[in-house]
Design a protein around this ligand. Structure first.
Ligand SMILES: C[S@@+](CC[C@H](N)C(=O)[O-])C[C@H]1O[C@@H](n2cnc3c(N)ncnc32)[C@H](O)[C@@H]1O
Length: 251
């Protein structure tokens, strides 16, 4: 449900660094505080169901939210987890969440060194929501290998909000405006769309690229990196044209 209205109709070469720079500055992806809160409440509901399912089948999991952003959903999720670890690869975001969750029970914010030194086979579950579009294909594949290493052999990764190339600009605009209408930020959504139209975001999408994947392509990539891939029917979040996958290490 992010304000991502201007995507090209195909997968393009993507510069992860340009996107990391974008996310380290100020932006209007969330059109106001209410939009941000509604967004995180929605993904908290969807992720809580997935983590609770994992808890029922395998016991209470140690969960890493990779690319967690501002993680306003963390307090709603922590009760489903043995511990909830948060990591975002963008330094400014890392600093914000470290300050927000300092001393929070059951929540640990990882810095880059923590993430890079995680022990093999240490995590039960990794969730990655709305991040793949900002990574180059090569960087995403490297990340899949790293996940394969730090995940337990019976663990799982949830990749959510994967964008297929055919999802239209109109669908994204409709999703944002519809959510704004139902949740009391319609006019802010209109202004946010206008701002995005003239923003760095649009320029970076045009120049650095934006990674979109067909379902078969994404599943195939997971398979090549040592996972079995299962498409989950409902995407995490408001945008039901995007996709969620559950990946489990192949035995
Ligand atoms: C759309 S937000 C998703 C945040 C959260 N997972 C959610 O669903 O609301 C994308 C996140 O990916 C991170 N990110 C963007 N580009 C990145 C890159 N090239 N490398 C690592 N992280 C990146 C940003 O810092 C941001 O927090």
């Amino acid at each position: 449900m992010n304000n991502e209205a201007k995507q090209p109709a195909s997968n393009t070469a993507n510069s992860s660094d340009a996107w990391a720079d974008f996310w380290s500055g100020t932006h209007s992806i969330y059109v106001n505080a209410r939009h941000m809160r509604v967004h995180y409440e929605r993904i908290a509901d969807d992720l809580a169901r997935l983590i609770a399912g994992r808890r029922a089948s395998h016991g209470t999991p140690l969960v890493l939210d990779w690319g967690c952003g501002d993680a306003l959903n963390a307090p709603a999720l922590v009760g489903f987890c043995r511990e909830l670890w948060l990591y975002d690869g963008v330094g400014a975001v890392q600093s914000r969440i470290a300050a927000r969750f300092a001393g929070a029970k059951g929540i640990r914010v990882l810095n880059d060194a923590d993430w890079q030194s995680l022990a093999p086979a240490s995590l039960d579950m990794i969730i990655v929501v709305s991040v793949a579009q900002y990574l180059s294909r090569a960087d995403l594949e490297t990340l899949m290998d790293r996940f394969r290493t730090v995940l337990k052999s019976d663990g799982e990764v949830i990749f959510a909000d994967i964008i297929p190339p055919h999802v239209s600009m109109a669908a994204d605009i409709g999703s944002l405006l519809g959510t704004g209408l139902t949740n009391g930020f319609f006019f802010a959504a209109c202004i946010g769309l206008a701002k995005t139209f003239f923003s760095e975001y649009r320029r970076i999408r045009a120049t650095a690229g934006f990674s979109c994947y067909e379902a078969d392509d994404f599943a195939g990539m997971l398979t090549r990196h040592g996972f079995t891939a299962e498409r989950i029917r409902n995407n995490v979040g408001f945008n039901k044209q995007r996709m969620t996958f559950r990946a489990r290490p192949k035995s």
